[in-house]
Design a protein around this ligand. Structure first.
Ligand code: CUA
Length: 443
C-alpha cells in the first residue's frame, strides 16, 4: 500500500513486477545508509585526527605572543557559544523527530494539526537567548578589536618599530629608527637606511609596531603564531603589532591572493633576546663583508674540477629538515661565515654580479653601483635562513636552483621576467657557481 503520483494511497502493489522494484529500492537504500554511516565515521576520524595534531609551524592553536593568544581565546569563546546553541537546537530537533515520527500508516498522511499563532513566551525567550549569545560574542570581539589594533598605551614607549612592504612576491623589511653604513664612491663610510628582505628579526618580549605597505597589489601579512592577518593595501597606511613571548623562529605567509606566485610568498620572523638582537642589528649595519682578493699564488694554484649541482624536480620542496628540531639554532648557525670559501670564486662572482646587471635591482651596501631597489636587499643575504621569498632554504644547492632558473621556482617573478628575459642574461654553470660563492660570502 503505497502512494501513487497523486499522493493517495492506492492499496497493495499492482502485480509482482512493482513489488520486486520496491524491494530493490529498499535494498539500495539500506546499502546507501550503510555507506553513508561508514563515510561519516571516516570523516569523523579524520576531523578528530586533525584536532589532535594542531602544532604545525603555522598553527594558530599554538600562540606564541599576546596578540595571537587573545585572538585564539576569542575563537574559543565563539566556539563554545555556538557549541551550546548547536547542542540545544540539535536536541530539540532530535526530540521532535523521535517524538512526532510517523508511527502508523494513518500518521503518514494525517491532516496537519490546527494552526495557531505560536507561543509568545517561547518566541520572546528565543529572541532573548539569541540576543544574549550575540552579546556574549560581541563583548570580547569588540575588546579584542581595540586590543589588537595598537600597542597598549602602557607599553607604547617600549615598542619597537619596523616597516614591512609587500612586493610580488616577497617582503621587504625596513628599520626606520636604525642607521646602517655604506661606502660612498670615494670609499668613505656614510649612513644608509637599514633594510632586509624576507626575514624579519625582532626583539623578543617587546611589542613591535609594524607599518604595513605595498608597492603593487594587495597582500596580506600573516604570522599565524604571533598575530592574525592584516592587509597591505596600496595607498593606505595599515599597521599591526606583535610580540613574541620568548626567542623563536616563526613562519609567515602572504594571505591574500596577489598573483600567480601568491602561494609561494612567504617570510620568517626571528625573535631574539635583547643582547642577541642588538648584536644582530650591529652586524647588519656593517657594509657587506668583502673577501680579500685572491693573491697571485691563489690564482695560479691548480683548481679542483667544477662539480655540477644537483637538479631539482618541478615543485620539489625547498628546505631540508634542518629546521624541524631547532630552527632558531639553525638560524644562529647561518650567521657564521662559510668555512669552504674560495676567494677566487668569490671575486669572480662579485664581478659577474655587476656585469650581469644584478646590481641594477639589488642593493649590496658597500659594493659600487649595487644600489637597485627592485629586488631584495642582499647586503647580508647569506645570514638569512631562506631565499626567494622564504620559499627555499639558503644553502648552495637551493641558491643555485634559484639563480639558475627563477621562473621554475616562482612563476612570473620579476628577476626572471624583467631581469633574465628582458636583459637576456645568460649564465654558464661556472658563472652560476661563482655567483653562488659570492652570495654565500655576504654574511
Ligand atoms: Cu602577496 Cu599573496
Amino acid at each position: 500500500m503505497f502512494p501513487d503520483s497523486t499522493g493517495r494511497s492506492n492499496g497493495p502493489f499492482r502485480g509482482r513486477a512493482q513489488f520486486l522494484k520496491y524491494m530493490g529500492f529498499c535494498r539500495f537504500s539500506t546499502r546507501l545508509a550503510r555507506w553513508a554511516g561508514a563515510a561519516s565515521a571516516l570523516a569523523g576520524a579524520f576531523l578528530l585526527s586533525g584536532c589532535l595534531w594542531l602544532d604545525g609551524p603555522q598553527s594558530t592553536f599554538e600562540p606564541a605572543g599576546p596578540v595571537a593568544r587573545e585572538q585564539l581565546d576569542l575563537f574559543y569563546t565563539t566556539c563554545w557559544v555556538t557549541l551550546v546553541i548547536f547542542i540545544l537546537v540539535g536536541s530539540v530537533l532530535a526530540y521532535a523527530m523521535v517524538k512526532f515520527r510517523a508511527r502508523s500508516e494513518a500518521d503518514e498522511h494525517a491532516e496537519p494539526p490546527p494552526q495557531g499563532h505560536g507561543n509568545p513566551l517561547v518566541e520572546v525567550s528565543l529572541i532573548g537567548a539569541s540576543v544574549l549569545s550575540l552579546v556574549i560574542i560581541a563583548i570580547p570581539t569588540l575588546k579584542d578589536i581595540w586590543y589588537v589594533y595598537e600597542v597598549p598605551a602602557a607599553e607604547k614607549a617600549n615598542a619597537y618599530e619596523v616597516t614591512a612592504t609587500g612586493y610580488q612576491w616577497w617582503f621587504k623589511f625596513d628599520y626606520p629608527n636604525e642607521t646602517a653604513q655604506t661606502l660612498d664612491p670615494s670609499g668613505k663610510l656614510v649612513s644608509a637606511p637599514l633594510t632586509t628582505g624576507n626575514e624579519l628579526v625582532i626583539p623578543a618580549g617587546r611589542p613591535v609596531h609594524i607599518n604595513l605597505r605595498t608597492v603593487d597589489v594587495i597582500h596580506s601579512f600573516w604570522i599565524p603564531k604571533l598575530a592574525g592577518k592584516v592587509d597591505m593595501v596600496p595607498n593606505r597606511a595599515n599597521f599591526l603589532w606583535i610580540e613574541a613571548d620568548k626567542p623563536g623562529y616563526f613562519w609567515g605567509q602572504c594571505a591574500e591572493f596577489c598573483g600567480e606566485s601568491h602561494a609561494v610568498m612567504r617570510f620568517r620572523v626571528i625573535a631574539l633576546g635583547p643582547r642577541e638582537f642588538y648584536a644582530w642589528l650591529n652586524a647588519q649595519m656593517e657594509p657587506a663583508r668583502s673577501v680579500a682578493p685572491p693573491t697571485a699564488e691563489e690564482l695560479s694554484r691548480p683548481r679542483a674540477q667544477f662539480a655540477a649541482y644537483r637538479t631539482f624536480q618541478h615543485n620539489e620542496g625547498g628546505y631540508t629538515n634542518r629546521f624541524d628540531v631547532n630552527p632558531l639554532d639553525a638560524w644562529r648557525e647561518q650567521q657564521q661565515p662559510d668555512k669552504a670559501e674560495d676567494p677566487v670564486l668569490v671575486a669572480k662572482g662579485r664581478g659577474l654580479f655587476a656585469s650581469k646587471t644584478c646590481i641594477s635591482c639589488h642593493t649590496v651596501r658597500g659594493m659600487e653601483g649595487a644600489v637597485g631597489v627592485q629586488g631584495p636587499e642582499l647586503t647580508h643575504v647569506a645570514s638569512r635562513t631562506t631565499i626567494a621569498g622564504g620559499l627555499l632554504e639558503n644553502n648552495r644547492d637551493e641558491l643555485h636552483r634559484w639563480i639558475h632558473s627563477p621562473g621554475d621556482v616562482k612563476p612570473g617573478n620579476k628577476m626572471w621576467v624583467n631581469g633574465y628575459l628582458v636583459n637576456n642574461i645568460k649564465l654558464t654553470p661556472e658563472d652560476e657557481d661563482a655567483l653562488v660563492s659570492f652570495l654565500r660570502s655576504l654574511k
